[in-house]
Write a protein of this length. Structure first.
Length: 201
C-alpha cells in the first residue's frame, strides 16, 4: 500500500492523562500490520500540529515534520524518527515537558532520531527529562537547534544534544553538527543539562 504526498496539518490532539506506555498522538510507520506486509509512505507533510500529553512518530521517505508543538508527554521522544525514515527534514518544531521514564526505561527526550540522510534544523527542545536531541543516524545534518534546561529527570541522558552509537547501523558516522545552541538558564545546583553536545559514540 502506497501513501504519497499526504499531509497531516493543524490538528490539536490532547491526551487528558499522559501515559508512559506505548502511545503517540501521531503515529506513522512503514511497517505494515494486519494483512499489509508493507506500507510505504513518501513525500508526507506533518505540520503545525499541537500534541499535548503524547508525542509523534515519523517514518517514511522524504518526509517533512515542521512547525509542530509537542509537550507534556511521558513516552519516548516528543518526536521520534524511526530508522526506516530517510531523506527527511525535521524543522522548526518545539518539544518540551517530556516527563520521567517510559515503560522501555527510556528517559523522555525532545527529539529521538534514528533515520539516515536527514536534516534536523531550527528546532527548540527544552525542559525534557532526557536529552534535548538524540542522534543515532548516519549522514545527517543537525543545525541551528536550541536545546536548553534538559535532563530534568535523568541520572544520565542530560545533554542538549547526544551523539549515540548503538551498533554499526545506528550511529552518527558522517553526520554534521553545526550552529546549535545548548545551555542551561538556571543557577547553581538547579542546573540539569550537564553537557552541551555529548559524544557517546
Amino acid at each position: 500500500m502506497l501513501f504519497r504526498s499526504f499531509s497531516i496539518e493543524r490538528n490539536y490532539i490532547k491526551f487528558t492523562v499522559s501515559n508512559k506506555g506505548t502511545n503517540e498522538a501521531i503515529s506513522l510507520s512503514n511497517a505494515g500490520g494486519g494483512n499489509d506486509p508493507f506500507v510505504e509512505m513518501t513525500d508526507g507533510v506533518v505540520r503545525q500540529n499541537n500534541c499535548e500529553g503524547s508525542g509523534m512518530q515519523i517514518d517514511g521517505v522524504r518526509m517533512l515534520a515542521a512547525d509542530n508543538v509537542v509537550h507534556s508527554f511521558k513516552f519516548g521522544g516528543g518526536i521520534t524518527v524511526l530508522i526506516t525514515c530517510v531523506d527527511s527534514t525535521i524543522s522548526r518544531n518545539t518539544v518540551c515537558g517530556g516527563v520521567g521514564q517510559d515503560d522501555n526505561i527510556t528517559w523522555c527526550h525532545g527529539i529521538e532520531h534514528w533515520g539516515k540522510r536527514c536534516v534536523i534544523t531550527d528546532n527548540v527542545c527544552f525542559d525534557n527529562a532526557g536529552n534535548g536531541i538524540v542522534l543515532a543516524a548516519m549522514d545527517c545534518v543537525v543545525a541551528n537547534n536550541v536545546c536548553y534546561n534538559n535532563g530534568t529527570g535523568a541520572s544520565h541522558d542530560r545533554s542538549g544534544i547526544e551523539l549515540l552509537y548503538q551498533n554499526s547501523s545506528a550511529n552518527c558516522a558522517s553526520s554534521v553538527i553545526t550552529g546549535n545552541r545548548c545551555f542551561d538558564t538556571r543557577s547553581g545546583s538547579s542546573k540539569t543539562q550537564v553537557y552541551g553536545i555529548e559524544d557517546d559514540s
